[in-house]
Every structure is written in structure tokens, then in C-alpha cells.
Design a protein around this ligand. Sequence first.
Ligand SMILES: [Zn+2]
Length: 311
Amino acid sequence: MLAKKILIVLLLSNFFLLPLFLKGSQKTNNLQKECESILGNRKGCIGIFDLREEKIITIVNLGLFKTRTVKPGSLIKILIAITALNNGKVNPFDIYCCHGEDLFHNSKFKCWTKDGHQSMDMVNAIAQSCNLYFYHIASKLSLSDIYRTYSLFQFNERSPFNLVGELPGLLKEVNLDIEKYYLATGRSENLLVTPAQMLYLISVIAKRGKLFDSKIDLRSKTYEPIYNGLRNSVINGTSKQANYIPFMPAGKTGTFSEQYNLKTSAWFIGYAPFNNPEIAIVVFLEKGQGASDTAPIANRVFKCYYKLFHQ
Ligand SMILES: [Zn+2]
């Protein structure tokens, strides 16, 4: 009799749970379809990682997502900032003044804005993506400091998502001091990443290090300037076109060119909501600029997810 009752309860609960499950997967299907239409016929890819379930829920253009290896550009400024905080060699509240160009390692380096960003601390430098601030902090770090942090993200291997047919990126160690500066702004030929690896990177940041079996711990208050920089980037920095206000995103743009090529490619990585992240996203475009092309796409992706899962 008891067994019969249990059976009935199980059958009934299945009956009620099944529509709920279908509803959830229907939303995910819709998210995939809408992201396909957001990317349209542009060459690039979009990936969305569910930070609570710890699984990828959307990939538009899987082939490119798992096999295209390119420079990370300014996305890597997040890691050079983490390296500086890990080593205690830089006070994130110290001000560096960006005048548009400066000398490092006897070479002239330029910022992306000719007039300079003026007073930059770490939070502002992440938000405005000031090149010279990151060259300045690279000058205080050793190459081995940088390799130690960067190698935690396994760029030489496939991403921890471990997708079928996925390619590894590249982190080739060279013994030239000037390489520090190229590694600080993602311009080195010896550091190449896939969009899958950049989705992993921002997912680890959003989870403060606690993702899969990562050996990274970013829970200390020491790392607050990273999170605040990513949030400010969306509020008033290079990522402001990604700011879908109801979902409170944080993120970072990147723009880079391949050697001998005037065409630029573009990145955006980010997560939302800032205080209790649910999803992390990557947007990559073969042709474009971070602030004006990938950030507006990210805005539409955040909006689409929010409308499907919060309304
Ligand atoms: Zn600057």
C-alpha cells in the first residue's frame, strides 16, 4: 500500500516537474535563437556560461568559439592587474598620470587616446582601458611574476570546458624583458587565446576563482579594484554601450590587430548582475572595435537573457 502511494507521488511529481523542465529548456532554446539573430551575418561568436549551474548554455558559431586563436588585446589587462595585486608590488590606489605617451624600456609607448587619460588609479585604468597605466605596472613586475599568474589560466591547453575538437591557445615563454609590455596589453605574438578561453577567464573572475578545479582564489578584498574596474567600465568607461541597466553588468572591451594588418578584431567579456553573478558572456568579432561593436552586442545579449529569465 505504502509502495503504491510512493509510486503515485512519484508519477504525479514527474507530471508536474516535466512542464517545468521543458519550460527551462525552451527558454535556453530561445536564448540560443535570439543570440544567433543578434550576431546576424557578422563573422564572430557569442558564448554564455551559466555561473550557477556551471555550464555553457549558449554558443553561436561553435567552430570559431573553440578553434580561433587570436590575441586577447586589452582583455588581458585584467590579468596584469591581478598579477600586480598578487605580488604586492603595486598599490592600486597610487596615481599614474597618462599623457598619451611615455618611455618604458627605452622605447616610446602610446595610449589609445592622444591627449592621455590624465590621473589613473587601477579602477579607472581598467574602466578606461588606459594602455600606459598597464605598461607602468608591467615595469614594476618581472616576466616570471607575469608568467606565474598567466599560466594559472592554462592558455597552452584547451579550456577547462574541454569541448570536442577544441584547440589550445598559446603562452610561449621568452626571455626578453620588453615582452612584459606586450604581455600587459595583449599585443604579444606569444600569447594567443580562443573565445572559449576568454569565456573561462571571465567566468573565473565572476566566481572569484571558485570554478571547476581552478587554483585561483580571488575572494580577498585585495581584488576589489578588479571588480570595481569592470563595473565602472560599463558605467562610464569603454564598455558603456554594454550597459543594460536593469541587469547591472560588469565587463571589459578589447580591440587588437594582427601583425601587418590594419583591420581590427574586437572582444567583450563580462558578467551580470555585478553583485550576484548569474551569467558570464564572451562576444568576439573578426572585424570591429570593442567600444562601438562588441559592447552593443553584449548589451543585447544581457537584455535578451534578462527578458527571458527575469520577466
Ligand atoms: Zn591612457
